[in-house]
Design a protein around this ligand. Structure first.
Ligand SMILES: Cc1ncc(COP(=O)(O)O)c(C=O)c1O
Length: 378
């Protein structure tokens, strides 16, 4: 049987990995500055991660939310300590899109309203509601099209105010902490604060999608914390399991839980929680928020004022480098000539760099040297 051919693949086959590196089947070493779409947070095959998942598997791998799973509470305790949201509750699920589906559903249940505001450049996932608030008509099937989702220009305070003035059916506003797929576009502090203010005044649910920008990637636990706002629901995935499929939402105490309101078969299973437990422990013990900040600043300092770089947008280790031309050829050359993986975005000139949060300065220096060398040839 062939695979349903939906992914344009680069010609690399990782066979073994450690930290910020992996090796292909021939033993060729690659520097991973992409982490499989921003997923690798504590580095490939971190010893704590391998230990916790292995130990868990040797005891029990799976049961559904039909029995007590105390490791879920341990993860919630760790999140209480690290996230800055001690009075929020945690709902665990399996993917970013599913986290956003649950966030949107909860906003609608809570307010009894139907409309969700999202922004130009947004990517919130590929499932029904998540894709309906994603700014890419190519991936919105006719069945997903819905008048319940209202697109407004990103970082435009006036457009947001006008919508709130004329629309009394708004259930929620969803915004990425930092737009990832959209090209590492950072919401202004004023914009996030305006969302917060309008949501508070109108009893509308503020949803921060921290699926890519959360779990320490920005140098804060959640990137919206740079703006001092407190969303009602925060969705998380990617870095949360360092590759194990796990996601979740943090939910403000203003939401009341009831049996059956949300649910999932796989969400919060033993193995997923063991992965998240390891990630949170390593983030804390190895001080990875600080490392993300320091190494991000260092890499950007190396790339300042270099030929063919027009702009760099970043927080911590979520970095978008706008070249003077489309970046795909440069990315291919980085793979072929320097054995380094980077990402792209929906804005063609943007090279997206999303290394593990414990990447070392010497590694990003190697990358900066390689990139500068290539860019000087154009
Ligand atoms: C900000 C954001 N939200 C949601 C998603 C969807 O996550 P998943 O692919 O796990 O469904 C992504 C994935 O790239 C994302 O970057």
């Amino acid at each position: 049987m062939k695979l349903f051919d939906v992914y344009p693949l680069i010609d690399v086959t990782p066979a073994k990995a450690e930290g910020s590196y992996f090796w292909d089947e021939n033993g060729t070493e690659y520097l991973d500055l992409y982490g499989g779409h921003a997923v690798i947070s504590i580095g490939h095959s971190h010893p704590t991660y391998v230990k916790y998942i292995t130990e868990q598997l040797n005891n029990i791998g799976f049961y559904s939310n039909y029995v007590k799973i105390p490791i879920q509470n341990q993860v919630a305790e760790q999140l209480t300590k690290l996230s800055g949201y001690p009075d929020y509750t945690l709902f665990l699920c399996n993917s970013g899109a599913e986290a956003n589906e649950n966030a949107i559903k909860l906003a609608s249940f809570h307010t009894g309203k139907k409309k969700i505001i999202y922004f130009s450049g947004a990517f919130h996932g590929r499932t029904a509601a998540a894709v309906a608030c994603t700014d890419n008509p190519k991936i919105v099937a006719p069945v997903n099209q819905s008048e319940n989702f209202i697109k407004l220009p990103f970082n435009d305070l006036e457009a947001l105010e006008n919508e709130f003035k004329t629309n009394s059916d708004i259930a929620g506003v969803i915004v990425e902490g930092i737009q990832g797929v959209g090209g590492v576009q950072i919401p202004t502090t004023e914009f996030l604060q305006k969302i917060q203010q309008l949501c508070n005044e109108n009893n509308v649910v503020f949803i921060a999608d921290e699926i890519q920008s959360g779990f320490g990637r920005s140098g804060k636990f959640f990137s919206h914390q740079q703006a001092g706002v407190t969303p009602d629901i925060i969705s998380m995935a990617k870095g949360m399991g360092n590759g194990f499929p796990v996601a979740g939402i943090l939910i403000s105490p203003k939401f009341k839980a009831s049996y059956g309101l949300l649910g999932t078969t796989f969400g919060g299973n033993f193995l997923a929680c063991a992965a998240t437990k390891a990630v949170l422990e390593v983030i804390e013990e190895e001080n990875l928020l600080q490392n993300a900040q320091e190494v991000g600043d260092y890499l950007v300092s190396l790339l300042q004022n270099q030929k063919n770089i027009n702009e760099i947008r970043y927080q911590g280790l979520m970095i978008g480098i706008d070249l003077a031309f489309p970046c795909n050829e440069v990315r291919t050359r980085l793979v072929k000539e320097h054995k380094m993986l980077t990402g792209n975005a929906s804005t063609p000139n943007t090279l997206r760099v999303l290394p593990a949060l414990n990447v070392k300065k010497e590694d990003v220096k190697k990358f900066a040297d390689a990139l500068i060398q290539i860019l000087n040839e154009y």
